[in-house]
Design a protein around this ligand. Structure first.
Ligand SMILES: Cc1cc2nc3c(=O)[nH]c(=O)nc-3n(C[C@H](O)[C@H](O)[C@H](O)COP(=O)(O)OP(=O)(O)OC[C@H]3O[C@@H](n4cnc5c(N)ncnc54)[C@H](O)[C@@H]3O)c2cc1C
Length: 509
């Protein structure tokens, strides 16, 4: 067999609206769809069993769909270059087609190695842009318009049939075989295309009406948010399919005044944020490991306080709403945006932990881990970008605002059953604290107000350094979204003054 085109599935586990697969099918040559289970990828500190289980369910579903199209998927466990060179020999592969992956540092390095091997072996590797993210972007000017153009192009149907070849597949390994640690997540979201479509349908017909109003509440957000994130992260649904469905729903509901149109507008903008944040990692892969604004290097100790890190990771800080959110995340693999921001703010400001220590903990717990969003957000919520408002959330106030009845906090921190409602978010003020809680629930790990004020002073000290604003301006030029036609900044809260966000600080007292 010769002139085989190998299609390498990565984070695009679907046959519908998959431009790279459509291109591979158009070649008209024998097609070998492949997924490589790379043990080294799953051994990275950001990978977890919950993510792998979601991926393996999606792969099992994809195998069925591909078989129906006449091109059964080949599954190989191993290291990419070894697998690809072996398949090249057996099947006469002359071209590899895949999407452009915006992954973590490990996958970035792997792709460079594969590219080098392909060049040396005379195999053409065609990488097709994924939707809104643009490779080798020279400037952010015009980025949003180019992204919108791609998102408005009609989504592609699944290929009608594929000229597949029969190949012997490995079995899908389980999480233990990949060396992934114990990771119970009883309410984890399920993988697969049917799950993605069912979520999208439910969101657009019932759940999404209150999206704008309810998304920030951990209680209502569970149903009011789309919950599409793991599907978008691993590609069982394309961002274009989601955006076009949302836009169609917005058009249908424009005159109804019942919340739908506003909610669909917010949904559309969140999908744009997704591409916007992923573009940052695409443009600067080092942002996974280095502060975007270099003056923030050294702000927090690189070796974290182990007791604080452990308490925060386990949901044992003694700050009820923080612990409730962390425990909920451990149990479900998901958390809404506001609460993710708060968890990071508390870790980075109140507990003074470096984002490179806390980021992998959260990444492993997110079934929807998407490196481009995750690391950009970790830095943004830790105040190390130099281009965003520094937001120090007060976890007590957030508890009152987002969980006014206390039901969420009580469910996830049952140790607080006896604490009166009025003191639920500050049980240390309750007269029974020592007697009833002693030994059952920890005292607060920090004094919330004092810790926030100390953090603010330390961040200010960096901002006052000479040259800070000039460097911030460069970061803004490279990464900030530009004004839209109405003159509003989109995505980043970029300050209007030239000097970067050197004056912007929000303390949530
Ligand atoms: C520290 C931190 C880490 C995060 N890590 C991830 C991550 O690894 N993977 C991930 O998908 N999201 C991440 N987010 C963004 C956001 O919290 C989730 O996308 C959202 O909660 C997922 O739920 P949903 O699908 O119901 O979102 P919806 O509110 O329904 O939004 C629809 C989609 O828009 C995108 N989106 C929504 N909010 C954001 C945002 N603030 N920034 C970028 N894209 C957004 C997501 O793809 C999401 O699925 C992170 C946020 C923070 C603060």
């Amino acid at each position: 067999m010769s002139d085989t085109v190998l299609f390498w599935f990565k984070r695009d586990l679907r046959v519908q609206d998959n431009p790279a697969l459509a291109l591979a099918a158009k070649r008209g040559q024998p097609l070998l769809p492949l997924y490589i289970v790379e043990p080294e990828l799953w051994a990275q500190s950001d990978a977890s069993a919950r993510q792998w289980r979601f991926v393996s369910e999606s792969l099992a579903d994809l195998q069925i769909q591909l078989a129906g199209l006449g091109a059964p998927m080949l599954l190989r466990v191993g290291e990419a270059v070894g697998v690809l060179s072996n398949l090249r020999r057996i099947y006469g592969v002359t071209e590899i087609v895949s999407h452009e992956e915006t992954g973590n540092a490990w996958s970035f390095k792997r792709d460079r190695t594969v590219a080098g091997w392909a060049r040396g072996a005379g195999v053409r590797w065609t990488e097709v842009p994924q939707m809104g993210v643009q490779r080798r972007l020279a400037s952010r000017d015009g980025w949003a318009a180019a992204r919108d153009k791609v998102l408005r192009t009609p989504a592609l149907p699944a290929p009608k049939g594929l000229n597949g070849i029969a190949a012997d597949s490995d079995q899908l390994p389980d999480a233990r075989a990949l060396g992934l640690g114990f990771d119970p997540c009883p309410e984890r979201q399920r993988g697969g295309r049917a799950e993605a479509l069912s979520l999208l349908g439910g969101f657009l017909t019932v759940r999404g009406r209150d999206y704008r109003r309810a998304m920030s509440s951990p209680v209502e957000g569970e149903t009011a948010c789309s919950r599409l994130s793991p599907h978008l992260a691993f590609g069982t649904l394309s961002v274009r399919e989601a955006a076009q469905a949302g836009r169609a729903r917005k058009a249908e509901t424009t005159n109804t005044r019942d919340g739908w149109a506003a909610s669909m507008k917010s949904f559309e903008s969140r999908l744009a944020w997704r591409d916007h944040f992923m573009q940052k990692l695409e443009d600067e892969p080092a942002l996974e490991s280095r502060c975007l604004h270099p003056d923030y290097e050294g702000l927090r100790p690189r070796v974290p306080d182990a007791t604080r890190l452990e308490a925060w990771s386990a949901g044992e800080t003694g700050l009820p709403f923080v612990d409730a959110c962390m425990r909920y995340l451990i149990h479900t693999g998901w958390l809404n945006f506001r609460m993710r921001s708060m968890l990071v703010a508390v870790a980075s400001y109140h507990l003074w932990l470096d984002w490179r220590a806390t980021g992998p903990v959260l990444a492993r717990r997110f079934t929807d881990y998407e490196p481009g969003i995750h690391w950009s957000q970790m830095q943004m919520q830790s105040g190390t970008t130099g281009m965003n408002t520094v937001r120090i959330y007060n976890p007590v106030k957030q508890g009152h605002d987002q969980d006014p009845t206390g039901a969420f906090t009580r469910r996830w921190v049952p140790e607080l059953a006896d604490v009166p409602d009025a003191l639920l978010q500050e049980p240390w003020l309750w007269e029974g604290a020592d007697r009833v809680l002693g030994g059952r629930y920890p005292a607060p790990i920090v004094d919330v107000k004092a810790a926030a004020a100390a953090a603010r002073d330390r961040v200010w000290a960096v901002r006052r350094q000479p040259g800070f604003a000039e460097t911030a301006a460069k970061v803004i030029d490279k990464h900030a979204s530009r004004k839209d036609r109405a003159g509003r900044f989109v995505n980043d809260r970029v300050p209007r003054r030239k000097s970067g966000d050197g004056r912007q600080m929000s303390l949530d007292l």
